[in-house]
Ligand binder design. Structure first.
Ligand code: 5MM
Length: 336
């Protein structure tokens, strides 16, 4: 077993999942201002260190994705943040893309940037304690999109990123996110997601990426958030599993879904159903941002001093998702 494969499995084994806490300052500012908390470096750290020092980290969270600001911060108890995460039995990771920008040649679409100078930045993050990294490509669905250009260029960037990350002895999370925005059907989402993922693997293989040492972070197959034809959770699970079976090479050890705007409960329930049906060798777990943090953030914003209360809410969500990653979640357990 390679070292990278070992890390990928440590992150996702036994129902463990990933806490995506890598909101860039702009996104984190939106989240904090949404609950009327000023977005200062101190407040961003305070909320995040409250989550990272929760007991649930030990049992349920195998990895935390950080943003550049956070990986360099020191907690109120004077621990470096990557050390705090490691001391909770979890692996620190880092978002290394520099964001999605307008794609020249197709101005309604985005290309993710950050390859220039990446090798040097990776060296720095490795020394700061990162064991894995993340890069997110974004695709929107409409009549003409995603275009061949966006599918090809984002896959190319994801592959070049992954090759550099493995060269630096870290596990790349490959995140091609087909957005749920729009009125498209689940069938459109299925077709586009499948095209996007297949192209990513074509490029990863071309760039000689070791597929046993990556984690794929895809969207689930959903109808658009403005679509009138919603499908059931059972259908979401069935289509998601079928799409991944047909597009992901069997060497990949683990798949960790993004929540992508689903509510906390939807994201848990869908993951649970996927795992009940899972007849593959892929671990199917979670790498949730909003679906792990929303309730905890809401509570914290009104009770900033109540660390225990905030942690209780976060621990519960992490536990529910870990049960779902094993197909063992139920509404009864949720409400106990
Ligand atoms: C945590 O949010 C990340 C977004 O960061 P930006 O500030 O660069 O937009 C995002 O990539 C996230 O990791 C994934 O989308 C998963 O988060 P959700 O909330 O969709 O589960």
């Amino acid at each position: 077993m390679s070292e990278l494969n070992k890390i990928a499995l440590e992150i996702l084994n036994n129902g463990k999942g990933i806490l995506a806490a890598d909101e860039s300052t702009g996104t984190m500012t939106k989240r904090l201002e949404g609950v009327s908390v000023p977005s200062t470096p101190e407040n961003r750290l305070l909320f995040r260190e409250t989550l990272f020092s929760s007991l649930g980290m030990k049992e349920f969270i195998g990895g935390v994705i950080l943003y550049d600001e956070t990986i360099k911060q020191t907690s109120s108890k004077k621990n470096k943040i990557p050390e705090l995460i490691s001391s909770m039995g979890s692996h620190p990771g880092i978002k290394v893309d520099t964001g999605a920008k307008v794609l020249a040649g197709s101005p309604n679409e985005k290309i993710t940037e950050g390859l220039d100078g990446l090798r040097d930045r990776l060296r720095e993050y490795f020394h700061l304690g990162a064991k894995f990294t993340k890069w997110r490509g974004v695709y929107n669905i409409s009549k003409d999109y995603p275009s061949k250009l966006s599918i090809q260029s984002n896959a190319h960037a994801l592959a070049r990123y992954s090759a550099l990350v493995q060269e630096s002895n870290m596990v790349p999370i490959v995140e091609p996110e087909v957005l749920m925005d729009g009125d498209h059907s689940a069938k459109d989402c299925y077709q586009k997601t499948s095209e996007v993922i297949k192209k990513c693997f074509e490029e990863l293989i071309l760039h000689k990426v070791d597929l046993t040492g990556i984690i794929l972070k895809p969207n689930m197959i959903l109808s658009g958030n403005k679509s009138k034809n919603k499908i059931s959770n059972e259908e979401i699970a069935k289509l998601t599993l079928e799409c991944l079976k047909n597009s992901v090479p069997s060497e990949v050890p683990g798949i960790a879904f993004l929540s992508g705007g689903q509510s906390e409960l939807e994201a848990t329930e869908n993951l649970n159903l996927i795992n009940k049906l899972n007849d593959t060798n892929f671990i199917m777990s979670y790498s949730y941002g909003r679906a792990l943090q929303q309730s905890a953030l809401k509570f914290w914003s009104k009770n900033i001093q109540d660390i225990d209360g905030t942690q209780r809410i976060f621990n519960h969500r992490a536990k529910m998702n870990t049960l779902a990653a094993q197909g063992k979640w139920s509404k009864e357990i949720e409400n106990q």
